[in-house]
Design a protein around this ligand. Sequence first.
Ligand SMILES: [Zn+2]
Length: 315
Amino acid sequence: MSEHDAVRACPACGGGPLVAWRTVPGSDPALPGDYALARCPACGSAVTLAGVPAAAHEEGAYGGGAPRGAGLAAPLLRAFDRRRLTFLARAGGRPPGRLLDVGAGRGRFVAQARAAGWAADGIEPSLRGVAGARTLGIELQQAGIDEAAVPPGSLDAATLWHVLEHLDDPGAALDRIAGWLRPGGLLVIGVPNLGSVQARAGGARWFHLDVPRHRTHFTVAGVHALLRRHGLEPVSTHHLLAEHNPFGLWQSVVSRATRTPSWLYHALKRNAPVRSRDALVTVAALVLVPVAVAAELAFALTRRGGTVAVVARRV
Ligand SMILES: [Zn+2]
């Protein structure tokens, strides 16, 4: 996509034209440079104008290998996965039924959904993810959304967890997925919320900006409009997400004082030097963690959480 194509219309709501907004530094030490963003005057969503380097999803924080502290995080990650299942359950999506995790990573959520009684499968474009899932006894279909083989109308539920923001054409992806769902089937989407308090507080260094990998930076209005344009009616929107929100707020604030953007995140991903001035700043800022937890709770109540989960029903 050229910059001129990108500025025509908003990929979320279809409105526009997009207008120049701000230039932000690459969010990953492995992807330096400045990236121009344009914003939609109608829904407030934004897009990253420059293309994404071909290997961006294999480099830096996405480089693979076990993060530091992975063992400690495992029970927490399982709890986050169960919460995603409760969003489905509250909208009437309960096992048994066929569920597809789209962009399944290493298959952790597929395993959790199977344990809960779903007939769950996943598609994942990266060989690394497919190989990782095999160690859990899960065979993912190695495919992107545009090439995956899924029978039309075959799914009771699909999940798209922090995937949509990585796609240059999110509408085309939703068209495909809506076609895989039976009428009345449910889709759960997780995306960063550009309309959040932490997006504003973090500015160009907002943790969930992840430029240039994130192509569209959605607001809730943008996600809702996008879903409706592709035959999916939003039924619930959740702002209280312990998985991403307190850390995103804390890391965004601390990033204002570190040289490396999101230093702790990148250090855990073995993507930033551990012995550094940034480490001292980060340790000092740990006292702010409870403040970030309480603040995101308050922001969720005012529906301005750092990331959101939206459940939609295929009409
Ligand atoms: Zn828009």
